[in-house]
Design a protein. Structure first.
Length: 363
């Protein structure tokens, strides 16, 4: 475990507890191994897999790396905007942006980790073709082309950065997100249109009814499926609900793995509705749309910020349909922005892992 000790926070249980990744291999050496320190003994910490994309997944990873060194991120690959979209269109590769953000979030708090986090997040500013390309995107794509293997290349980048965990794409093929949106055209507020592309869906002024992926039966990366099946805990969210969280449930092999795994599953809710995508959504409505896309999904814990839940009974009822308990904790930054505090979120996760039982010998 690296970083400062998480500040203690008190979780409030709203309903009774519900029912009860593959470790990084030698190519994805942990930071203490890269610096010559004695490696951690396996079996002394939980194996955690975090699913998501973008800044939401980054927030979760920044917290989780503080409480376990056996951490795997499974990242959505439907991004089609910005630098990622340009590289995807020009080279036919997976969009690297969310993968890059996950790697940056797994960098340590020491000089090595923070330097590399800044480097891979750096964007060129120019009048030419490099404008707004992120260094990490170019590095990841270059290694994909050199090695011809998505997983091996990402493991190598993680080793270079001293990442506190492993990063995997959820699928080895680029995916297109499509959504049915009511009122996408403000002049036709009652009509439902098909909106294509993650960037467009995220910014729609209309109401997203549902999303699906193209292709609609995408293959999962085998290492990602194995990580979910081998985990002690699987964390889903926070993040853009329709474009980063739900897509994992639309990959059949991943959804099957979530159903079959003996791991406990925690859903981490957002701090506030996202303009465009979930404008006006209550916490319980986030759960309702999740259930519509994956009716058989079971959860053990729903984590929410205590200040972001005005109707605790309604959230508890919605969580109960998944077989889950609700845990409320202060996990937001104190600066008034709807962003998670990594130490508070780490304390919340750690408390949940301890309170809701364990799988395997890590406690």
């Amino acid at each position: 475990m690296t970083g400062r000790t998480p500040r203690l926070s008190r979780l409030r249980r709203v309903v009774p507890e519900g029912r009860g990744g593959r470790p990084a291999d030698a190519r994805a050496a942990r930071p203490e191994q890269a610096r010559g320190a004695k490696p951690r003994r396996r079996g002394t910490q939980p194996k955690v897999v975090a699913l998501g994309g973008g800044m939401g997944l980054s927030a979760s990873l920044a917290a989780l790396r503080r409480i376990t060194g056996d951490l795997t991120a499974v990242v959505t690959v439907a991004d089609d905007g910005g630098s990622s979209g340009r590289l995807r269109d020009e080279l036919g590769v997976l969009p690297p942006g969310d993968l890059r953000k996950a790697l940056a979030a797994l960098c340590g708090d020491d000089d090595w980790g923070q330097t590399w986090a800044r480097v891979i997040q750096h964007r060129f500013q120019s009048q030419g073709d490099l404008h707004e390309h992120a260094v990490g995107n170019l590095l990841i794509v270059a290694l994909w082309e050199q090695l011809g293997d998505h997983v091996q290349a990402l493991d190598l980048v993680g080793k270079l950065l001293g990442a506190h965990g492993r990063v995997l794409p959820m699928s080895a093929v680029p995916l297109e997100l499509q959504a049915l949106v009511k009122g996408h055209d403000p002049e036709r507020p009652e009509e439902v249109d098909t909106v294509r592309g993650q960037a467009t869906v995220a910014l729609t002024p209309g109401e997203v009814q549902s999303v699906h992926l193209v292709p609609n039966d995408p293959p999962a990366v085998p290492e990602a499926v194995e990580a979910v099946l081998d985990a002690d805990w699987v964390v889903l969210g926070p993040g853009s609900w329709f474009s980063s969280v739900i897509p994992h449930l639309l990959v059949p092999d991943l959804l099957d793995a979530l159903a079959e795994t003996k791991a406990r599953r925690v859903l981490s809710l957002n701090l506030a509705p996202q303009p465009g995508e979930t404008e006006g959504f209550s916490p319980q409505r986030h759960l309702e749309v999740l259930g519509r896309h994956a009716p058989k999904l079971a959860l053990d814990v729903v984590l929410a910020d205590e200040a972001a839940v005005p109707d605790r009974d309604s959230l508890a009822d919605a969580a109960k349909r998944f077989g889950a308990a609700v845990e409320l904790a202060p996990v937001a930054r104190t600066d008034g922005t709807p962003r998670h505090d990594p130490e508070l979120l780490a304390a919340a996760y750690d408390r949940i892992f301890r309170m809701h039982g364990r799988i395997g010998p890590w406690r």
